[in-house]
Design a protein around this ligand. Structure first.
Ligand SMILES: [Zn+2]
Ligand SMILES: [Zn+2]
Length: 391
């Protein structure tokens, strides 16, 4: 089959590799019909996430049709159309039983690598390094899905792939970020830093959850325009002082909740390297540390700072004094995607939201290496890329 392969730092390519096979009786094989490139794939591209190996298949936002079924799979059959969220959960362990699917105890065979860095390991992820299990990803024509009864969600409506594909990551990720804020409907103002795909869904989710007003901060005009189209106020931080503008927009008190949908690229190989990487990256794009710093400084007293953006290691010069003085609450972590598939699918079915609004580029798998660069460099108005592995 054809697949997008990590070939080394800043090198991805299309290669022909062996088709996946069933390894465990709880697996299925999915023939992929649509697959997306995610902002977090860029952390793999530039080698910031450790433990990638040459030959790894990328991709964690994909859907398709089941073509092979392990003998212990109970809920699915060949021919089922499914979406497969990015985190792999066993469904049986204590975190899974409590709905904390991204904290699954059983799905990461390489948990010791994460334990050495973090003290404990999250669950496995598709196409996201050996530290997260070394699972082959879904920017390919086929993929093996472990614990399929939990991880593959049947889609029984006639909604197009583009309308349901983002239930695999960016829609639930934006939604969880907004839900974690505990928005008081009709009252609260929510600010979102970063108008990339997750920021777009966080902003729309905040509105769906009743936020009185949503303000999106970025510097890329077409991304701000997309947020404006959803009814958000926008601040271009290159044209005005974001902190001053946020204060003015909220009668001086600041937004009640702030979502940092930027995250930080400085995942690490130890504290020194981490600080260095962060410093090198300063100003290369949205200044990563500044996003979190602004979040803490702008948030109103008693508010919530919610972090869907990925943080991987240590961070420097975080204004903890501001967080303490204002009594802020921090919420963060990988999305427990499986929890949100059914409720968000019904919002799509009812027409409350059509997630395909975020797509700017549609292409074949062969075009992926080029589009990785277009997306990384935010060229050509690129916000979200969807690939058809069979085009
Ligand atoms: Zn993603
Ligand atoms: Zn589990």
């Amino acid at each position: 089959m054809k697949a997008i392969i990590w070939q080394g730092t800043n090198k991805v390519g299309v290669e022909t590799v062996p088709d996946p096979t069933l390894l465990l009786p709880t697996d299925v094989i999915v023939k992929i019909t649509s697959t997306a490139i995610c902002g977090s794939d860029l952390h793999l591209l530039d080698g910031v996430i450790p433990s990638m190996e040459k030959g790894d298949i990328l991709g964690h936002e994909f859907m398709g049709e089941i073509v092979e079924v392990g003998r212990d799979v109970k809920k699915l059959k060949a021919g089922d159309r499914v979406i497969v969220p990015f985190n792999i959960a066993c469904g049986l362990c204590d975190p899974c039983q409590r709905g904390l699917f991204s904290a699954c105890d059983n799905s990461n065979p390489n948990h010791r690598m994460a334990e050495a860095l973090y003290g404990a390991s999250g669950g496995g992820l598709f196409g996201y390094s050996h530290m997260y299990g070394g699972y082959a990803g879904g920017q390919a024509q086929f993929v093996r899905v472990p614990f399929a009864d939990i991880n593959a969600h049947r889609i029984e409506t006639d909604l197009r792939d583009e309308q349901v594909l983002f239930l695999t990551d960016i829609f639930p990720t934006g939604y969880q970020a907004a839900e974690q804020c505990g928005i008081q409907p009709g009252r609260d103002v929510v600010a979102v830093f970063g108008a990339g795909p997750v920021g777009q869904f966080a902003a729309r989710s905040a509105l769906m959850l009743g936020a009185a007003h949503v303000i999106v901060v970025d510097r890329v005009p077409e991304r701000l325009a997309m947020a404006e189209a959803a009814g958000c106020q926008t601040i271009n931080y290159e044209q005005e002082d974001a902190l001053v503008a946020l204060r003015e927009a909220t009668g001086g008190r600041g937004p009640d909740h702030v979502i940092d949908a930027v995250g930080m690229e400085a995942h690490g190989h130890g504290p020194g390297a981490l600080v260095d990487t962060a410093k090198q990256r300063l100003r290369l794009s949205f200044d990563r540390i500044t996003a979190l710093r602004w979040a803490l400084l702008s948030c109103a007293k008693g508010g919530t700072v919610s972090l869907p953006g990925v943080y991987g290691g240590l961070i420097d010069k975080v204004p903890m004094g501001a967080a303490f003085a204002k009594g802020l609450t921090f919420r963060m972590g990988q999305t427990h995607t499986h929890r949100y598939v059914a409720p968000l699918l019904s919002r799509i079915e009812s027409g409350e939201i059509d997630p395909s609004f975020v797509i700017t580029h549609r292409a074949a798998l062969d075009d992926a290496p080029e589009l990785y660069r277009t997306f990384r460099d935010k060229h050509d108005g690129c916000i979200k890329v969807v690939l058809n592995p069979w085009a």
